[in-house]
Design a protein around this ligand. Sequence first.
Ligand SMILES: *Cc1c(COP(=O)(O)O)cnc(C)c1O
Length: 224
Amino acid sequence: MSIKDNLEKIKKSIAHSNCLLIAVSKTKPNEVLLEAYEAGIRDFGENKVQELTAKAEELPKDIRWHMIGHLQRNKVKYIAPFVYLIHSVDSLKLLQEIDKQAEKVNRKIKVLLQVYIAKEESKFGLDESEILEAIQNGDIANCKHVEIMGLMGMATNTDNEATIRAEFKSLKNFAESLKEKSLPDNMRIEEISMGMSGDYLLAIEEGSTMVRVGSAIFGARNYQ
Ligand SMILES: *Cc1c(COP(=O)(O)O)cnc(C)c1O
């Protein structure tokens, strides 16, 4: 199947929802991204700063670049001028660095807070309690150059659907509980970024508003 065919199939399967399809193009060369672009995709996700900036330089300017991978603080400055949404804010220190770099380039940068939902040890993310504390003690309110748009989560890498579903549910529940609170002006809970190639339909059932799909569009990657 071609990229165009894959995209048509995926778009059709999610058309009943209002979910945004983000094409995760990490490791793929520009001509492959252009195929997806020609098929109508404008949202691309990358997980490495260097790759993201190199692609952004070469590819059409109306692409919205989503940073979805673990982001080192010393690299924020390279994407601050143009990044559309950073999904992977996994520490308060990173949020503060994004705030600082956003101010320097005179922007407000949209971000999601990555919440730790998986059972696996290796996954990055904030705990619910850390987020609640940062709301209460003013740490989030102080980051005036970021706009928190919602939450992001990654489920455990498993075939067990019940586990994945429970993890997605926990993220959705946390999002709903935050909506009940009085949040700082720079924080809203509009987006929940969850779901990848293997589980995006399940994620949409559980309330995802953005799915990050790579291999189901572009085929298998040779490396992560
Ligand atoms: C690679 C990646 C994806 C896409 O994974 P696929 O299984 O290829 O769809 C989604 N989210 C993040 C954070 C990723 O790193």
